[in-house]
Every structure is written in structure tokens, then in C-alpha cells.
Design a protein around this ligand. Sequence first.
Ligand code: ZN
Length: 61
Amino acid sequence: MNCVCGKPLTYNEMGLSKKFLADGEMLCLQCLSARLNVSEKRLEEKIEEFLRAGCKLFVKE
Ligand SMILES: [Zn+2]
């Protein structure tokens, strides 16, 4: 699966998309960052938080 920008999506990017976007839309980290108006660094921190919480939508990379 690819982002609207054409970039192939990672498992964690799809996880973030499921958490933060409606309608099953899938975006890469850069596009999510622009859409949500949140820094990519902050999104990476969110991935870490979800991982620590045991969320199965994310994997350790
Ligand atoms: Zn993208």
C-alpha cells in the first residue's frame, strides 16, 4: 500500500493512520505530519508510546 504521495507505507505509518485518520485513509509520516499539523518527531514519539502500551498496530523498527 502506498501513501497519496506515492511513498510505500511502513507498518507503523499504517498504524498511526488507523489511530489518527478517519475513513481508512493511509498516509506516510511526512503527509501525516502535514495533515495533523504535528511534527514528525512527535509522531515517532507517539509510535513509541503506543508500543509501550502494547498496541498491536505497531512494531519495534
Ligand atoms: Zn505521503
